[in-house]
Each structure stands twice: as structure tokens, then as C-alpha cells.
Write a protein that binds this ligand. Structure first.
Ligand SMILES: C[S@@+](CC[C@H](N)C(=O)[O-])C[C@H]1O[C@@H](n2cnc3c(N)ncnc32)[C@H](O)[C@@H]1O
Length: 678
């Protein structure tokens, strides 16, 4: 019996719960006035989340701290003036594809995508450098002593900032740097994940303890779905003094555990092979509905009310508990003549039969049997040991055979990625992988779409890390890791498409030959098979094996666009246009799409109308024209398209009078259109 509280509700707790839903990272354990540990809000952290400057604090509480953590938080919340530029010549099917391959530092890319992809990814996966004391690329933004890091400096980015290529254990900030790098990225990535979404992160023993702390903070400990062990190298590393490491981990979090769910699938191939039949509700296997176990209730004598006759129509499509003329009687008696029991009561049995869960089948010796359809189901364990997850055989060798040379160290197994996607991404879902490496994730998306149907889409992000000059990859022309990733996707997509089409066309040819010889009876089944195959061929023909390539760069706009008040009269003539000279209309369109919060995968049509170049993005979502001078003829034509949004260049208009005129024309011809200029 519940005891009444006899108190008004504690609004502080309720409010804290609400805050925790928006910012799970600010929920902590701290001491109350009596010195007891209680759940509370980390107000300093909350203040930092809402502040543009660094907030100091010295209170003790339960959380993982390191030098630079606050700076990372600040960085995660500060806007950047960067954009993406399309690289059409390196893309495949630029106009039509919905997949993206973005080259650049993933922190910047995540920030650039913040508006357009807020809550849009159904799943996020990433496999960061594991802080093993070797390769890790990051930009150093900390104020540190020059000499401390001298030997670590690898390269310089386009803004002259140092890019660190290594993080050796002698670095006094060995853990802190890695933690900051991951923390600021996860903070931004969380916002890009939809509420039902799941994030999976690959990691090894070096930083797993810290990564769990960070993710518990960012996603909330309650949203931790699992810590999975993946045996990727069963023989173990042989140069180790003690254990030969044979496994790594995968941390899995939901954005909201209550809402999220795994797909109902079987990833164990041996188990899956047993579920060979399928109907509109998925795969199943048949199991006799007579209780055949050794338990005492499987016998009629011990459970007589579960021994009852059912009556089945001649075509086995109807059953009845009462005798019906022409219906056949069925009892739970084994072939050996033993009287046993059904698995349920009469009413449930009829209900399950009518739901399509039970079927009557005549077996080979003419006996009628009642079977239940056991649906494909597997308890997904936290220990993944199947040999298909081994990195060398199903990762390295897969790339080697595609690219012809040893090009990339330690890719994930293609089948590991496939299983992760099968489990966590819906069939038309969008996945983000922001440490893309050799693009195993993209490869797995295409393969799974081919094998299982569906239209999963991906966004890959990869920094333009140079390959080692002495490496095989570099010698055969892959100057950067992204060159490897892009070429892998190109080749994998082409190969998958060709192989599936060859197989299906061959099967179709065989069916057509059989159909020529078959009698009318058998041909119905063959015709069904033919229709299925034709649908599969159509699916493969429409398979999206393309991707749009984008690269990060500074904004298309000159600095003066962001700070107009700092413009002096003298400088004015130098800034006739606020757009950088080297930027193309396609560059401008990309930044506008991002600025308006539209997705980069939307179809873009470039049309020439009255001699002007006009971009039409997803029919009428956005129409843009960045030509230098625009007359009212083209304005009217664009207004006729009734776009939701329209964008011009500010400099395209002669004066304010022209601008007002354009607004007036739109008010008349397409009053709903929102007009902007850059
Ligand atoms: C461990 S690998 C990922 C391997 C990948 N899962 C596969 O199967 O090929 C990590 C990748 O992240 C890239 N990387 C490192 N720092 C990055 C950054 N700041 N932004 C984007 N990519 C980065 C590295 O170049 C490397 O290719």
C-alpha cells in the first residue's frame, strides 16, 4: 500500500530532473549540508554551458576532471566561421546521392553541421585513435610552453595552427589532450543524434575507463546500454610481456534509453541459418506445437485439460474447437502414438492460429501436424567472439583485395560494422562516422543495403592526414587517408553492384528457361520468384553507391561581413564584395544551405534561366542565384517557382531601391517566400 506523502511536491527535484534531461552532464554527486553525498546539479558546469567565457570553480564533486576540460566545453559552445566547399570532381553521382564524405578536422565539421543536422542522425559510430602513444591528429589550442611540445609538432593547418601528429607518453598532457579531443567532439555529436538514436564508440584498454566517465557525463550514466567486448585478434599481440591483447571494446549509449531500441535481428550466422522460412512478419523456423519435452506436464495424464481435439479445414486455413463437417480432427498424439499435450489452452491456440502464429502442415508420411512459427530472435550478448569480427581477415584483407595493396593499418572488420548497423540503425537510417579512416562504415552501409534491402545513408568525416611517404599507400598514389577512404567507397560500390546484378541476372535467366518448359501448375511459383528477382534487380540498379565530397575551409565571406563596424572609409573600396574572390557559386550555395539549416544531401538542380545561373534545391525548398547583376525578369521567373526561401548576393542589386522593388515583386507573386541576401 502506498503511503501518502502529505507534502507538496518537491519542485527543486523536479526542476533538477528537467535540467538533467537537457544537460545530463551537469548531474553529479556532491555533499549536502550534513556532509552526505547526494545527487545534485553541478552549477559551475551549468554556468559554463551557458557562458561564453571560462568559468572558474574549486568545489569538490564526483566527476572526471583534467586540465583543459573547461576550455573544451567552452570550445564546444563557441561558433566558428568555417564552411564546407563541394568537390564535385571527386564525388560520385553528386546530383543524386544522399551520402556525404567530408574531409576536415571532425570537430570543425561537427560544428558546421550543428544546425542542419541537429537531431538528424539515427546512429553515430566512431573509432578514434586509441591513445596508444602513437598516431593522433589534433589541433593544439592550449597555452603551453613551446619547448614542451617541440618534438611533437607534426604539421601546421591552413590557419597556421599546429597539428599534433603524435601523443607520446612523455607528453605531460598525455591523457588530458586525448580527453579534451574526445570530450569536445562528443559534446557536439550528442546534439546531432536524434532522441531515439544510439551511439557506439570503439576503444581499447588504454582509455576505456576515462571514456566511460566522459560518456556517462555527456549522455547520462542511465543511458549506458552496454560495454561490449569484441575479440578482433584472437591470437593476441605476441610482443606483449604479460597478456597478449586479443580484444577491444565498444561502448554503446542511447540518447534516451527509454525511447531507443535495437532492431529485432539475429547476428549469429549459425543461429540465423536455422530461421530459413519467412513471411510478411520476418524470418521464422517451425516447431511442433505438441509439448515434447520431458517435463511431467507434457503427458496427457498429468495435464488432461491441455489434451483436446482441434478440427482443421481441408485446405488447413481454418480451425475450430467444435466438430465441423468435412474438417479433420487433430490431437496432440506423437507419431509413436503417445498422448501428450498442446502448449496452450484451447482459446489461446485458436487465437494464435488466427494471428498466423500457428500453421497446420502435412508431413512427408501424410500425417497432419500443428506447428508454431518461432520468430528469429537472439539475445545480443556483450561478448562478440565470432571470427567474422577479426580485423586482419575481414578488415585489412578486404581493403587489400579492393585496392590491390597494403594501404591502411587496423581497419575494422567489414562484418563487425555490418552487424553493428543491422542492430542499431534502421533500414532507411542515417549514420555518422566522424573518424572514418578507410571508410569501413560506408562500405558496410552499401553492402547491407544490397543484401537486405533498405536505404541506409552515411556521412563520413576524415581529416586529410598524410600517408607515410615510405608507405605502400603513398607509393601507389594515396597521399592522404581520405584518398584511401574515397577510393575504397568507389570500388566497393561498383563491385557490389556488379556482383549482385550478375548473380540476379543469372538466376533470372535460369527461371526464364524453366518457365519456357514448365506446365501451368509449377509456373505460378516460378512467376512469383521471377517477380521477386525483378524487384531485387531494380533495387540494386537504384542502389545509392554515390557520395558528395565536401572539404572544410574558411568562410566564403570576408572578415568584414562579420565585423562591418570595423570598416573604415579607406578600406571600403577594397571590399566592394563581401565574398572572397576564389569562391564559386557552388561554394556559396553550400554555405547558404548550411546557414539555413538544410541538409547537404538535398537534390540540387542547376538551371540556366534567362541567361542566369539558378540553383534549385529540392524543388522549392530553396532557390538561389549568385550572379553579379540581376534584373526583374529573372526575379519574376524565380518568384514563379514559389520557393520557400530565396537567396541572392547583396552586391547583385544596384541600390536600396532595387532591393525594395524585389521585395515588392515577391510580396505580389509569392508572398510566402522568405528572401535573404549574402
Ligand atoms: C582508428 S582510425 C578509424 C578506422 C576505421 N574505423 C576503419 O575501419 O577504417 C581513426 C581515423 O581517424 C582519423 N582522425 C584522427 N583525428 C581526426 C580528426 N581530428 N578529424 C577527423 N579524422 C581524424 C585518422 O586519420 C584515422 O584515419
Amino acid at each position: 500500500m502506498e503511503k501518502l506523502k502529505m507534502l507538496t511536491p518537491n519542485l527543486v527535484d523536479k526542476n533538477a530532473e528537467q535540467i538533467g534531461k537537457i544537460f545530463p552532464e551537469v548531474i553529479t554527486e556532491k555533499k549536502d549540508d550534513d556532509g552526505n553525498l547526494v545527487k545534485g546539479i553541478d552549477f559551475d558546469l551549468l554556468k559554463q554551458k551557458l557562458s561564453n567565457v571560462l568559468v572558474e570553480d574549486e568545489n569538490e564533486r564526483y566527476r572526471l576532471d583534467w586540465p583543459g576540460k573547461k576550455a573544451s566545453l567552452l570550445k564546444a559552445n563557441t561558433p566558428i566561421a568555417k564552411t564546407l566547399r563541394p568537390v564535385v570532381e571527386e564525388s560520385v553521382d553528386f546530383e543524386k546521392t544522399e551520402n556525404l564524405y567530408i574531409e576536415g578536422d571532425n570537430f570543425e565539421v561537427l560544428k558546421i553541421l550543428q544546425e542542419s543536422y541537429l537531431g538528424k542522425f539515427n546512429m553515430i559510430y566512431f573509432d578514434p585513435p586509441y591513445n596508444t602513444g602513437t598516431a593522433m591528429i589534433y589541433r593544439n589550442d592550449f597555452e603551453i610552453n613551446e619547448t614542451e611540445y617541440e618534438e611533437l609538432i607534426g604539421a601546421v593547418d591552413e590557419e597556421g595552427k599546429r597539428l599534433f601528429k603524435e601523443n607520446t607518453k612523455s607528453n605531460p598532457r598525455f591523457h588530458s589532450d586525448w580527453l579534451s579531443l574526445i570530450y569536445e567532439r562528443i559534446m557536439v555529436a550528442r546534439d546531432l543524434l536524434e532522441d531515439l538514436g544510439i551511439i557506439a564508440i570503439a576503444i581499447d584498454h588504454n582509455e576505456i575507463h576515462n571514456l566511460i566517465c566522459i560518456c556517462d557525463e555527456v549522455f547520462g550514466e542511465d543511458n549506458r546500454i552496454g560495454v561490449v567486448t569484441v575479440v578482433h585478434k584472437p591470437e593476441g599481440r605476441n610482443q606483449e610481456k604479460f597478456f597478449g591483447t586479443s580484444n577491444e571494446f565498444m561502448l554503446v549509449y542511447a540518447k534516451n534509453k527509454e525511447e531507443a531500441s535495437f532492431n529485432d535481428i539475429v547476428i549469429d550466422d549459425n543461429l540465423a541459418a536455422k530461421f530459413e522460412s519467412s513471411d510478411e512478419n520476418g524470418k521464422y523456423k517451425l516447431k511442433n506445437f505438441i509439448r515434447l519435452s520431458d517435463g511431467k506436464y507434457s503427458l496427457r495424464v498429468n495435464k488432461p485439460h491441455f489434451y483436446y481435439p482441434i478440427y482443421v479445414s481441408e485446405d488447413y486455413t481454418k480451425i475450430s474447437l467444435d466438430k465441423v463437417d468435412g474438417y479433420l480432427e487433430l490431437l496432440p498424439i506423437t507419431e509413436a502414438g503417445q498422448e501428450r499435450t498442446w502448449k496452450t489452452t484451447p482459446t489461446t491456440l485458436v487465437e494464435r492460429f488466427n494471428n498466423g502464429d500457428l500453421v497446420v502442415i502435412q508431413n512427408e508420411d501424410g500425417h497432419l501436424e500443428l506447428y508454431e512459427k518461432l520468430r528469429e530472435k537472439q539475445v545480443i550478448k556483450t561478448h562478440w567472439v565470432d571470427k567474422k569480427y577479426h580485423g586482419y581477415h575481414f578488415g585489412t584483407k578486404v581493403i587489400d583485395s579492393l585496392l590491390g595493396d597494403k594501404t591502411f593499418d587496423f581497419p575494422k572488420s567489414l562484418y563487425l560494422m555490418e552487424d553493428i548497423l543491422k542492430l542499431m540503425l534502421k533500414k532507411d537510417g542515417l549514420i555518422l562516422d566522424f573518424f572514418s579512416g578507410s571508410a569501413t562504415t560506408a562500405h558496410a552501409v552499401i553492402q547491407l543495403n544490397a543484401v537486405e534491402g533498405g536505404n541506409r545513408k552515411y556521412v563520413m568525416v576524415q581529416i586529410q592526414e598524410q600517408t607515410d611517404e615510405k608507405s605502400e599507400a603513398n607509393k601507389v598514389g594515396y597521399k592522404t587517408i581520405s584518398d584511401i577512404g574515397k577510393e575504397r567507397i568507389r570500388r566497393a560500390g561498383k563491385k557490389i553492384k556488379e556482383e549482385f546484378l550478375a548473380q540476379y541476372n543469372k538466376e533470372l535467366e535460369d527461371i526464364n528457361k524453366q518457365l519456357e518448359q514448365e506446365t501451368l501448375d509449377g509456373s505460378e511459383e516460378l512467376k512469383e520468384k521471377k517477380a521477386e528477382l525483378e524487384a531485387k534487380i531494380e533495387h540494386i540498379n537504384n542502389l545509392d553507391i554515390g557520395f558528395r565530397v565536401y572539404r572544410t575551409d574558411s568562410s566564403n565571406m570576408k572578415d568584414i561581413f562579420y565585423h562591418p563596424t570595423s570598416l573604415t572609409q579607406l578600406q571600403l573600396s577594397a571590399f566592394e564584395s563581401n565574398i572572397k574572390e576564389d569562391r564559386t557559386p557552388e561554394d556559396l550555395l553550400t554555405q547558404v544551405i548550411l546557414d539555413l539549416g538544410l541538409e547537404l544531401s538535398l537534390p540540387i538542380e542547376k538551371k540556366e534561366i534567362l541567361g542566369n545561373n539558378v540553383f534549385i534545391v529540392q524543388e522549392n525548398a530553396l532557390v538561389a542565384c549568385f550572379d553579379d547583376s540581376i534584373d526583374f525578369g529573372i526575379v519574376d521567373k524565380i518568384a514563379d517557382l514559389k520557393p520557400l526561401k530565396v537567396v541572392f548576393k547583396d552586391a547583385s542589386f544596384k541600390d536600396d531601391k532595387d532591393r525594395v522593388n524585389v521585395e515588392e515583386r515577391f510580396k505580389r507573386l509569392s508572398p510566402e517566400t522568405i528572401i535573404s541576401v549574402i
